[in-house]
Design a protein around this ligand. Structure first.
Ligand code: KIV
Ligand code: ZN
Length: 510
């Protein structure tokens, strides 16, 4: 018999705080809903004490999540814990997640605290949290580089004061599967009250071992895994949710663990995140990468035709990957559109569906076949777009080997219409120069990439741009059958994100 374990998703907290992964409130709410549909047990919604914007967004997520527990992160300080509780108290199942570092290097150089002070701070913080809820998680930051004996004392203290989950993070991605497994076994033996708490693990991927370390810890008795979609997170990221889930599922014979995750929602969830943050999934990414189920070599194709199991250890269906065939055409109706969207994991409000359906019709006028990817791009562009400070109204571009590339643009900037024409070395340069002038900002273009969303010359172009302005960076994306328009949309989307980040300036660093 397999034992039930818990999945704690931190895409919206540890994932979101990594470069290029920031999301606005509406995008976070959308992703949180998808995570709830996916069946994770806990959604870490954010770190409320870090900014007003973060607080609001945790509060909003708390009010819309129906099944999962909603966790808020806080340092071990009274104001942080109070703020975390304020943000999640309306959630059906709120959890306070408080953390403090326990390694010598962190205690000496970052916290400037002695071991006794750390023990006292943990006891105070967990006791404070216990005044609000019985659902408390304590994380010993940099646990994997901590003195094991001291770590055991800290965990015992946290549990003694009311922590019901104790998390062992490999904060810097340093541990190895064997060592991490031994650490979990050690803690199970040495922490006297360990049976009163769930052991959790939280692995970073600096040495490419986050998933392997997570699985080793689960095999040793941990019963909660902290993960993110697509493995996004600080530096090299966190353990990827979809990889942990499918490893547990495909090799249940070894791990003997079950989760509440509906694996058929994995692909829609990973795609949604990728679309929201504008970061494409690598073709070689395990489980959800473009090549993950592609069989190119003749010998493989031959084997697959005889029996799929020759080269396939799981099916595309099992992760909810739709066949990339034509999904809609000019004559498809609103109902078909809704059905397709639901298959892709998008449950839209009627007015959102109206907007997407109108966009599908418009696209179908210029493009014969509408594919899954087109549909997703439209949903993102039309429904989950960041509220516009800058908006494109009109764009005309001139280029060619006998013309000076020129862009004429009309935009809305803070509610006011502005227009101008501008030159460039090429049409995209002209458009970007024009937009910069209109909005009166001149960020560095750190990255520009363009791909066809699907095959064919009538395919929509998908453009991703990364802008840098001082210390701030933002990624924007845009799609359109006209690649110049797609580029303008991506550039403006990134500018809107920069403007948003300015407003929601994070005042406290983790
Ligand atoms: O990596 C880490 O240690 C963390 C903690 C706050 C859990 O993200
Ligand atoms: Zn982390």
């Amino acid at each position: 018999m397999s034992e039930r374990m818990y999945i704690f998703d931190t895409t919206l907290r540890d994932g979101e705080q990594s470069p290029g992964a920031s999301m606005n409130q509406q995008e976070k709410r959308r992703l949180a809903r998808q995570l709830d549909q996916l069946g994770v047990d806990v959604i870490e919604a954010g770190f409320p004490a870090s900014s007003q914007g973060e607080f609001e967004s945790v509060r909003e997520i708390s009010s819309v999540i129906e099944k999962a527990q909603v966790a808020a992160l806080s340092r071990c300080s009274n104001p942080d814990i109070d703020r975390a509780w304020e943000a999640i108290k309306e959630a059906r199942r709120p959890r306070i997640h408080t953390f403090l570092a326990t390694s010598n290097i962190h205690m000496q150089h970052k916290l400037n605290m002695t071991r006794e002070q750390v023990l006292e701070a943990v006891a105070n913080a967990v006791t404070r949290a216990a005044g609000y809820t019985e659902n408390i998680e304590f994380s010993a930051e940099d646990a994997s580089r901590s003195d094991w004996d001291f770590l055991a004392r800290v965990l015992e203290t946290a549990i003694g004061c009311g922590a019901t989950t104790v998390n062992i993070p490999d904060t810097v991605g340093y541990t190895q599967p064997q060592e991490f497994s031994e650490l979990i076994l050690y803690l199970k033996k040495q922490v006297k009250n360990i049976d009163q708490a769930v052991i959790s693990v939280h692995c970073h991927n600096d040495l490419g071992l986050a998933v392997a370390n997570t699985l080793a810890a689960l095999d040793a008795g941990a019963r909660q895994a902290e993960v993110t979609l697509n493995g996004i997170g600080e530096r090299a990221g966190n353990a990827a949710l979809e990889e942990v889930i499918m490893a547990l599922k495909v090799r249940e014979d070894i791990h003997r663990l079950q989760t509440g995750v509906d694996s058929e929602q994995l692909y829609p969830a990973c795609r949604l995140l990728s679309m929201i943050i504008g970061q494409p999934i690598s073709a070689y990414k395990a489980i959800v990468g473009g090549n993950a189920f592609a069989h190119e070599a003749g010998i493989h194709q031959h084997g697959m035709i005889q029996n799929k199991q020759t080269y396939e250890i799981m099916t595309p269906d099992s992760i909810g990957r739709p066949p990339s065939e034509m999904v809609m055409g000019k004559h498809s109706g609103r109902h078909a559109c809704q059905q397709r969207l639901e298959q892709l994991g998008y449950r839209l409000e009627p007015e959102q569906l109206d907007i997407v359906f109108a966009a599908v019709k418009k696209l179908a006028d210029i493009k014969k076949q509408i594919f899954v990817e087109d549909l997703e791009a439209l949903v993102l562009e039309e429904v989950f777009r960041i509220p516009d400070k800058y908006k494109l109204l009109y764009l005309s571009s001139l280029s060619g080997n006998m013309a000076i590339p020129t862009a004429t643009l009309k935009m809305v900037v803070d509610g006011q219409e502005k227009q101008l024409s501008e030159f460039g070395v090429g049409p995209i340069d002209a458009v970007f120069n024009g937009i910069s002038k209109i909005v009166d900002r001149s960020p560095e273009l750190a990255n520009f990439s363009i791909t066809g969303i699907t095959g064919g010359t009538d395919a929509q172009g998908e453009v991703t741009v990364k802008l840098e302005e001082g210390e701030r960076t933002a990624v924007g994306r845009g799609s359109d059958p006209d690649i110049i328009v797609a580029s303008a949309k991506a550039y403006i989307n990134a500018l809107n994100r920069l403007a948003k980040r300015e407003e929601e300036k994070i005042c406290v660093e983790l």
